[in-house]
Every structure is written in structure tokens, then in C-alpha cells.
Ligand binder design. Sequence first.
Ligand code: AMP
Length: 218
Amino acid sequence: MLRVVFFGPPGAGKGTQAKLLERKFGACQVSTGEILRKAARAESPLGKQTSSYLARGDLVPDDVMVKLVAERLKEPDCGSGFILDGFPRTIAQADDLEHMLKQNGQPLASALCLNAPDDVLIKRLSGRRTCKKCGGLFHVVFNPSAKPGVCDRCGGELYQREDDHEEQIAARLRVYEEQTAPLKEYYRGRGLLREIDGVGSVDEVRERVSRALGDGAK
Ligand code: AMP
């Protein structure tokens, strides 16, 4: 059963690769960013509480995120494995996750870190288009949808995320280096870290992800 976390700088390809793994293994993709964006659009209490963090490219406080993930992992579809996409993002979140999974008897198979240099990340993020309905990911140059502004998968509306603009991209890259990159040492120390080169085509990166998962995917 697949139980993994995906981390890496924004634009490294976590969402794209997590969606591919979800289809391949029948494990559920838990994208914390997507959950928060949906909450913001629905103007739910969670959305109202967190939308300003998203707009700035800042991290939402740990206690809010840990509670959200703990509840999501209890849902039945996560019983067949999960791919955490964008969580944890701080050492405190990683500690809480470890504790949570220990209690449930569901240890992580691996922590996948997708890497790419800043110039690649900036190009990917600034041209990215996201489906409002299913979270599908496109790019105006590298992976355009068949019909501009319309999702190939579900027909939903494509939009440019508020945090995929220049100023917010720079803030998110900084936040990643300061708060999330230390997870590499954290997971290396536990023997779980798999670093993956995220530069190249979606298929090339998918091959590397498969290789990195190795036995952990069985
Ligand atoms: P993402 O879609 O993964 O790029 O996440 C978009 C935004 O959601 C981030 O810039 C944060 O504001 C927020 N977010 C998502 N996951 C987390 C997390 N694990 N901890 C804190 N904030 C998060």
C-alpha cells in the first residue's frame, strides 16, 4: 500500500506527479493547497481563516494544517493508501504527522523530495493554469489545454492562481527554503528521503518517481 509524502519547492511538479500516482495505485492524493483553495472559493470558515495566507504565499499555521490533515486521513478513501501533496511543510507538521501515523499503525513508505532550480520553477509557475473544478494542471506553453481556458479532463474553468504571480512566487520560494527545505535532513535521518530530479518532461520525472519508490510502492 502506498503511503508517501511529496515535498519540494513550488512548481517542482508535486501535484502533477501525485495525480499520476493516485491513478496508478488507487491511493488518494491529499493536496492541502487544493483543499484550502476550495475552502476559500466556498467561503467556508476554514477558507475565511486561511485565504489571506494563501494570497501572500505564506504558510497557514501548523495547528490548522495538522487538524485538517488528521481529519482528511480518517476518511475511508485514504484507507487504500495516500499521497500527501504539500504536507508536511514544517518540521512541526512532520513531527505531528509521524505521531499521527504511528498511532494509526500506518508508517510512511517514503518521503519524496522533488527538486528543480529557481529559473525552471519560475517559468513553470508563471505560466501555470489550474482547473477550478478538479485541480487539473496545465501550462500555457509546456502543456496547454486543447481549448484555451477549459480543462481537458472535466471541462472546468482554468485560471491563474493568485499565488502564481511574480511577487507571490518569490515569497513562496523564500518560504520553501526557510521552512520546508529542512525536511530533507529530517527525513534523511529517518532513512525515508528519496530526492528526485524534477527537471524534464512529465514522463521523465514519472519514471524517476517510480524508480525512487521501488519496493515502497508494493
Ligand atoms: P500548494 O498548492 O501546495 O502550492 O499550496 C498553496 C498554499 O497553501 C501555500 O502557499 C500555503 O499558503 C498553503 N498551504 C498548503 N499546504 C500547506 C501546509 N502544509 N502548511 C502550511 N500552509 C500550506
